[in-house]
Design a binder for this molecule. Structure first.
Ligand SMILES: [Zn+2]
Length: 222
């Protein structure tokens, strides 16, 4: 990223912030071996938030994997609002544009993470920059996390450390719809006992009852 891009981002302009974020690679190394993790982007976002007047803490949740938390204490006993986004992106294999070029063309921004979710992080950082200009009764927390695209190590660390708020806005892409809830995911490992058989000859090995039970159980869990 050049100095001009960095200076423009510092103004809090959302497009300038999104471009600067895209130009700072943060591919999750668990998804692509050449991924650099969040060190560089954590340093940059921490720098911006400090310049806007937030108190900022960075923490390395695993080797090369960084969280950044910015806080703006309110002047009264108002509620605490959490703005949340992740700093890592998926890989860049197969992309036909420069993943880190952050090119603006025909009113669109091109590059890895422009949608998920450097655009969202730019929006919440821009909001934080504006909120910091004027005292508010409540407290603002900006939580930028590592590793959302793989095992959510960053958010797990923050939850483990007791991070809490009265309300939260997660700026994942939703085509601008307000989503009051989000589905999670869960891994289930199950063992089913039965007679092993090849799928091409089920009748011969009389395996159907145990498979039927397995499928019924999976449907129930779903
Ligand atoms: Zn995302």
């Amino acid at each position: 990223m050049d100095d001009r891009m960095s200076q423009e981002a510092l103004t809090g302009d959302p497009v300038a912030l999104a471009r600067a974020l895209i130009a700072t690679p943060s591919v999750n190394p668990e998804l692509e071996a050449t991924g650099t993790g969040e060190a560089a982007i954590a340093e940059r976002t921490a720098e911006w938030m400090r310049a806007w007047g937030l108190s900022v803490e960075t923490s390395e949740v695993a080797a090369g994997r960084w969280n950044v938390v910015g806080r703006l204490a309110g002047e009264g006993a108002g509620p605490t609002l959490l703005l949340n986004g992740h700093l890592d992106t998926v890989g860049v294999a197969g992309m036909t544009v420069d993943p880190f070029g952050a090119e603006l063309r025909d009113g669109r921004l091109w590059g890895r993470g422009s949608c998920d979710m450097k655009g969202g992080v730019a929006a919440l950082l821009s909001a934080a920059a504006r909120i910091a200009q004027k005292p508010t009764p409540g407290t603002l927390i900006v939580a930028l996390t590592a590793d959302e695209e793989h095992a959510s190590l960053g958010m797990q660390a923050l939850v483990g450390a007791g991070l809490g708020a009265d309300a939260a806005v997660v700026c994942e892409p939703t085509s601008l719809a307000v989503m009051p809830a989000h589905k999670g995911f869960v891994w289930v490992e199950a063992d089913f006992r039965g007679r092993a058989a090849h799928g091409s000859r089920p009748a011969k090995w009389a395996w159907t009852p145990s498979v039927t039970r397995a499928v019924t159980s999976l449907r129930w869990m779903h």
